[in-house]
Design a protein around this ligand. Structure first.
Ligand code: SF4
Ligand SMILES: [Zn+2]
Length: 341
């Protein structure tokens, strides 16, 4: 059975919960960097018909999508609802759709243009970042988006890794590194910047291999992305990763591996902004160390993301660091099966 078939069988058992179609799936504020300075980031997850691909091993976002495709008016109400939560004078707006903002099947050209034109007139908004798969990054779409917005526009692409074999066999992502490079070149032609999301430790690979893959991926992606955001894999509901985790066949990454990847990544690509927000850090479903040091290490990762200064990692230590080193050394011999919880 193919990985796609296995994932579709898992998906078929899940329920999509009802959310009124004129409400976004989620809206929250956080911090990001604009020209090297911290700024408030308003993130909105639009409720759309969802990702057309929907076959990735670790992704549970598909369950955030709408039961029926929302209309133009519904989507505009979602937009107004999200913007009404903006209390700051200057923001970056991050647009997610649990899929692709540039896919006409999720957000039509007319809706996209209206959203971006309204943002053009909103002086609080300094930059817009929109997530999309690379196949929707075409000359026409980027040109139209940039011209409607009239300010800084960034396409954010879930590249996950520069290694085509890991992307295919561990993630089942359905595109290649060369697709990402092509999308980055298209964006560059219209002065849109690129953010690459990388995924630390998808299933089926050992801790050490995952860490080395992240270090290599940062190096490989940096020439094509001004910003790299490192996601630490967490166990999402209704995914193959969740089934594997329940069987004891998957453990999210150690936070020490993330620290090491950030240190080495920054060393190899000093001009690239490298960020990470360790979602669910310290829990068994999220990236974790021993339980005692998790919150300190996660906080250091967040501080690094807004300062880009690896000095924050200097005095971090815990007894579990020796165990993590052993895991890195020995897990290759178990073919990625976790040695400790
Ligand atoms: S990770 Fe992205 S491309 Fe993959 S299924 Fe989820 S939303 Fe779609
Ligand atoms: Zn510890």
């Amino acid at each position: 059975m193919s990985l796609t078939q296995i994932i579709q069988n898992i998906r078929a058992k899940q329920k999509i919960k009802y959310n009124p179609p004129d409400r976004p799936t989620a809206v929250w504020t956080g911090k990001d960097l604009l020209d090297g300075k911290p700024i408030t980031a308003l993130t909105v997850i639009f409720q759309t018909s969802g990702c057309r691909w929907s076959n990735c091993t670790m992704c549970g976002y598909i369950y955030d999508s709408a039961r029926d495709a929302p209309s133009h008016d519904d989507l505009m109400k979602q937009f107004e609802n999200a913007m009404s939560r903006c209390k700051d004078e200057e923001i970056i707006l991050k647009i997610f759709t649990s899929g692709s903002f540039l896919d006409d099947g999720e957000i039509s050209q007319a809706t996209r243009t209206e959203i971006l034109s309204r943002l053009n007139k909103d002086d609080r908004v300094k930059k817009v970042i929109a997530e999309t798969r690379p196949e929707y990054v075409t000359d026409e779409k980027v040109r139209d988006a940039v011209s409607a917005l009239g300010k800084k526009f960034e396409v954010a692409i879930g590249l996950e890794t520069s290694n085509d074999m890991i992307r295919k066999e561990s993630i089942n992502k359905g595109f290649s590194f060369s697709d990402f490079i092509r999308a980055s070149e298209v964006a560059g032609r219209y002065n849109a910047t690129v953010k690459a999301y990388l995924m630390m430790k998808p299933p089926f690979i050992s801790e050490g291999f995952a860490m080395e893959d992240m270090i290599q991926s940062i190096k490989d992606a940096a020439p094509f992305a001004g910003t790299i955001s490192m996601n630490l894999c967490n166990v999402q509901k209704g995914t193959l990763v969740e089934e594997m985790s329940e069987r004891g066949d998957y453990r999210p990454p150690w936070l020490w591996s993330a620290v090491e990847a950030l240190k080495k990544g920054k060393e190899s690509s000093p001009e690239t902004v490298i960020m990470s927000d360790p979602v669910a850090a310290g829990s068994m479903r999220g990236p974790h160390n021993c339980g005692k040091c998790d919150s300190d290490v996660a906080e250091a990762i967040r501080i690094f993301s807004t300062t880009q200064d690896t000095a924050v990692f200097k005095n971090l230590d815990c007894d579990c660091k020796e165990l993590w080193k052993k895991v890195i050394e020995l897990e290759d011999f178990t073919f990625g099966a976790p040695l400790v919880k």
